[in-house]
Design a protein around this ligand. Structure first.
Ligand code: KG4
Ligand code: ZN
Length: 349
């Protein structure tokens, strides 16, 4: 796509956003890029809990069962029909192929049947755009993030820092070289026998713990904007194994709190350093891990640069973020053909 400034004034449009890249089936109607008229999320967490993680085939089949009901409910909540929708934005990738295909085909069926334009959206871009979204009943809509901005994306599959000079323009400064932050939360939770998904479990366990109990390594990756969490994960594992070998109790709360503190410190310090170096006006923190209370508090309380973090329900996967990103693509004139394929691996920049 040629990068151009978004046309001004922005067009009035309602976008139906559909998301099915992993284990949430979600749909939402977004008006003019930011106002969320509805958002419906059918989570599969309870189904996957017994496997300790997402079981891909089970996930795609569950999406099949719920997707049309979720879309119908999103339209009903918005008091709209498909004839009121200007475009359908759907997650094209990255994600689980079998899960992506379900959302993509549902979107195509509606696009074809109702003659509505189709737009494929990058899931990571969606996460970043969740910071533009506010609930339609908000009396005083918040100001949107201002460019140039720095976006820290921290999810289950990705951890990266992107510089954005304008809408839909991403320059990746750095990314994790091994585990994503959310993946590290999930793996450490498993080591501590905490339930899936690991992020919320670690956060809950950490509430009763001392974050200074263990001095876990903070991988600085000096001279780069990259991250690494595998050393930290291994450090936790080493402590757990040693205690188990000595038949001593595992101090789950202290381990969870110390691990969480290390992750938060690395994410915060690296992001702030980049924000200062690139002279950004705003910082956006997005993706599932941005739901973490300690991470949110650290950014919101310590940063001198304004920080935008989505409301809790928009941190993890949802349709509103896809609808919002879809709107800005729509404004640029982006339309996709009905033979659009999914992209299970699809870098943002
Ligand atoms: O963005 P997301 O819903 O899905 C992906 O695109 O990957 O992120 C899911 C990830 C999981 O690894 C989960 O453990 C993590 O976000 N997560 C959290 C919290 N809530 C979800 N991590 C830390 N603290 C949380 N409160
Ligand atoms: Zn996600």
């Amino acid at each position: 796509m040629t990068l151009r400034k978004i046309v001004q004034p922005l067009p009035a449009a309602r976008i139906l956003g559909i998301e099915s890249s992993c284990d949430e089936t979600a749909a939402s109607v977004i008006e003019n890029g930011r106002s969320m008229l509805s958002s419906v999320i059918a989570t599969q967490i309870e189904i996957h809990k017994k496997y300790g993680g997402v079981f891909p085939e089970v996930a795609s089949r569950q999406h099949i069962r719920t997707i049309y009901a979720v879309i119908e409910q999103a339209l009903q909540q918005a008091h709209l029909g498909l004839s009121d929708i200007d475009a359908i934005a759907v997650t094209r990738g990255p994600g689980l192929a079998g899960s992506l295909v379900v959302g993509m085909n549902a979107a195509k069926g509606l696009a074809l049947g109702h003659n509505i334009p189709l737009i494929g959206i990058n899931h990571l871009e969606g996460h970043i755009y969740s910071s533009w979204v506010y609930s339609a009943d908000t009396i005083q809509p918040p100001e949107p993030p201002e460019f140039p901005l720095l976006a820290l994306l921290v999810s289950g599959g990705h951890t990266e820092l992107n510089l954005m000079e304008d809408h839909l323009r991403y320059k990746r400064l750095g990314a994790t070289l091994d585990d994503a932050a959310g993946e590290a939360f999930d793996k450490v939770a498993r080591m501590l026998n905490l339930s899936y998904p690991g992020g919320p479990s670690i956060q809950a366990a950490a509430e009763d713990g001392d974050p200074t109990a263990f001095n876990f390594p903070r991988s600085r990756m000096s001279g780069t904007w990259d991250f690494s969490f595998s050393g930290l994960k291994t450090a936790v594992l080493r402590v757990v194994r040693k205690l188990e070998a000595e038949h001593r109790p595992i101090p789950v709360a202290n381990l969870a709190a110390s691990f969480q503190a290390a992750v938060v410190e690395v994410l915060y310090s690296k992001t702030m350093k980049a924000a200062e170096e690139f002279g950004v006006k705003d910082i956006v923190v997005a993706g599932g891990v941005s739901a973490n209370r300690s991470l949110r508090e650290t950014f919101l309380q310590k940063s001198d640069i304004p920080v935008h973090i989505p409301s809790l329900s928009l941190c993890t996967d949802n349709g509103a973020m896809i609808g919002s990103a879809g709107y800005y693509h729509y404004a640029l004139g982006h339309r996709d053909p009905l033979n659009l394929d999914v992209l299970p691996t699809w870098p943002l920049s």
